[in-house]
Design a protein around this ligand. Structure first.
Ligand SMILES: [Mg+2]
Length: 133
Protein backbone atom coordinates (compact mmCIF):
# COMPACT_ATOMS: atom_id res chain seq x y z
CA UNK A 1 0.00 0.00 0.00
CA UNK A 2 1.29 3.42 -0.98
CA UNK A 3 0.72 6.26 1.48
CA UNK A 4 1.52 9.85 0.58
CA UNK A 5 2.35 11.93 3.64
CA UNK A 6 2.53 15.71 3.69
CA UNK A 7 5.13 17.39 5.93
CA UNK A 8 4.25 20.87 7.22
CA UNK A 9 1.15 20.72 9.39
CA UNK A 10 1.18 16.95 9.13
CA UNK A 11 4.47 15.66 10.54
CA UNK A 12 5.47 18.94 12.18
CA UNK A 13 3.91 22.26 13.14
CA UNK A 14 3.58 24.47 10.06
CA UNK A 15 6.60 26.75 10.38
CA UNK A 16 7.75 26.68 6.76
CA UNK A 17 10.50 27.31 5.71
CA UNK A 18 11.61 26.20 9.18
CA UNK A 19 10.79 22.84 10.70
CA UNK A 20 8.25 23.14 13.48
CA UNK A 21 7.76 21.08 16.59
CA UNK A 22 6.83 17.47 15.94
CA UNK A 23 3.14 16.69 15.56
CA UNK A 24 2.32 14.34 18.45
CA UNK A 25 2.70 10.66 17.50
CA UNK A 26 3.50 11.35 13.82
CA UNK A 27 6.91 9.68 13.73
CA UNK A 28 5.88 6.61 15.68
CA UNK A 29 2.88 6.02 13.41
CA UNK A 30 4.93 6.47 10.24
CA UNK A 31 7.41 3.88 11.51
CA UNK A 32 4.58 1.56 12.44
CA UNK A 33 2.97 1.82 8.99
CA UNK A 34 6.33 1.06 7.39
CA UNK A 35 6.74 -2.01 9.62
CA UNK A 36 3.33 -3.17 8.45
CA UNK A 37 4.53 -3.00 4.84
CA UNK A 38 3.27 0.38 3.69
CA UNK A 39 5.39 2.34 1.23
CA UNK A 40 5.67 5.90 2.49
CA UNK A 41 5.96 8.72 -0.02
CA UNK A 42 6.82 12.16 1.29
CA UNK A 43 4.37 14.39 -0.60
CA UNK A 44 5.11 18.01 0.10
CA UNK A 45 5.28 21.42 -1.53
CA UNK A 46 8.80 21.73 -0.15
CA UNK A 47 11.46 21.82 -2.84
CA UNK A 48 15.15 22.51 -2.93
CA UNK A 49 15.90 25.63 -4.90
CA UNK A 50 16.64 29.28 -5.06
CA UNK A 51 13.98 30.76 -2.82
CA UNK A 52 14.29 28.88 0.48
CA UNK A 53 17.39 26.73 0.06
CA UNK A 54 17.34 23.05 0.91
CA UNK A 55 13.96 22.86 2.61
CA UNK A 56 13.01 19.57 0.95
CA UNK A 57 16.30 17.90 1.84
CA UNK A 58 15.91 19.15 5.40
CA UNK A 59 12.50 17.50 5.68
CA UNK A 60 13.86 14.23 4.26
CA UNK A 61 16.77 14.37 6.69
CA UNK A 62 14.41 15.12 9.56
CA UNK A 63 12.44 11.97 8.83
CA UNK A 64 15.45 9.75 8.18
CA UNK A 65 17.19 10.87 11.37
CA UNK A 66 14.09 9.78 13.28
CA UNK A 67 14.04 6.35 11.69
CA UNK A 68 11.32 6.87 9.11
CA UNK A 69 11.96 4.91 5.91
CA UNK A 70 10.76 6.75 2.83
CA UNK A 71 9.93 4.85 -0.32
CA UNK A 72 10.01 7.97 -2.49
CA UNK A 73 9.82 11.74 -2.44
CA UNK A 74 7.10 13.69 -4.24
CA UNK A 75 6.60 10.90 -6.77
CA UNK A 76 5.70 7.26 -6.99
CA UNK A 77 8.39 5.59 -9.12
CA UNK A 78 6.06 2.63 -9.73
CA UNK A 79 3.53 4.64 -11.73
CA UNK A 80 5.84 5.62 -14.60
CA UNK A 81 4.83 2.59 -16.64
CA UNK A 82 1.16 3.49 -16.71
CA UNK A 83 0.94 7.23 -16.13
CA UNK A 84 2.77 10.45 -16.86
CA UNK A 85 0.63 12.35 -14.36
CA UNK A 86 2.60 14.53 -11.93
CA UNK A 87 0.30 13.42 -9.11
CA UNK A 88 1.95 10.71 -7.04
CA UNK A 89 -0.22 7.60 -6.95
CA UNK A 90 -1.19 6.43 -3.48
CA UNK A 91 -3.98 4.53 -1.77
CA UNK A 92 -4.09 7.05 1.06
CA UNK A 93 -3.05 10.70 1.36
CA UNK A 94 -2.40 12.09 4.83
CA UNK A 95 -2.40 15.87 4.71
CA UNK A 96 -3.53 18.56 7.14
CA UNK A 97 -5.14 20.35 4.19
CA UNK A 98 -7.19 17.34 3.14
CA UNK A 99 -10.90 17.79 3.65
CA UNK A 100 -12.05 15.68 6.57
CA UNK A 101 -8.62 15.02 8.00
CA UNK A 102 -8.86 14.95 11.82
CA UNK A 103 -6.89 17.87 13.27
CA UNK A 104 -5.76 19.00 16.70
CA UNK A 105 -4.25 22.22 18.00
CA UNK A 106 -1.37 21.31 20.30
CA UNK A 107 -0.26 23.99 22.73
CA UNK A 108 2.23 26.36 21.10
CA UNK A 109 1.47 25.30 17.53
CA UNK A 110 0.78 28.11 15.05
CA UNK A 111 -1.80 26.02 13.22
CA UNK A 112 -3.76 22.88 13.66
CA UNK A 113 -1.96 19.69 12.71
CA UNK A 114 -2.97 16.14 11.86
CA UNK A 115 -4.46 14.25 14.79
CA UNK A 116 -2.30 11.16 14.62
CA UNK A 117 -4.11 9.56 17.56
CA UNK A 118 -7.07 9.21 15.19
CA UNK A 119 -5.32 8.88 11.82
CA UNK A 120 -2.66 6.41 12.96
CA UNK A 121 -4.89 3.51 14.02
CA UNK A 122 -7.44 4.20 11.26
CA UNK A 123 -4.78 3.89 8.57
CA UNK A 124 -3.23 0.88 10.30
CA UNK A 125 -6.55 -0.95 10.03
CA UNK A 126 -6.67 -0.15 6.31
CA UNK A 127 -3.11 -1.45 5.81
CA UNK A 128 -3.93 -4.64 7.67
CA UNK A 129 -7.19 -5.11 5.74
CA UNK A 130 -5.41 -4.60 2.41
CA UNK A 131 -2.75 -7.14 3.33
CA UNK A 132 -5.43 -9.70 4.08
CA UNK A 133 -6.88 -9.48 0.59
MG1 LIG B 1 0.48 20.76 5.05
Amino acid sequence: MYICVDFDGTVVDHRFPYIGEPAPLAISWLKRWHELGAKLILFTMRSDGAKHGSVLSEAVEYLEQRGVTLYAINQNPDQTEWSVSPKAYAHIYVDDSAFGCPLIQPSGFVRQCVDWAQVGPAVESLIVAERGQ
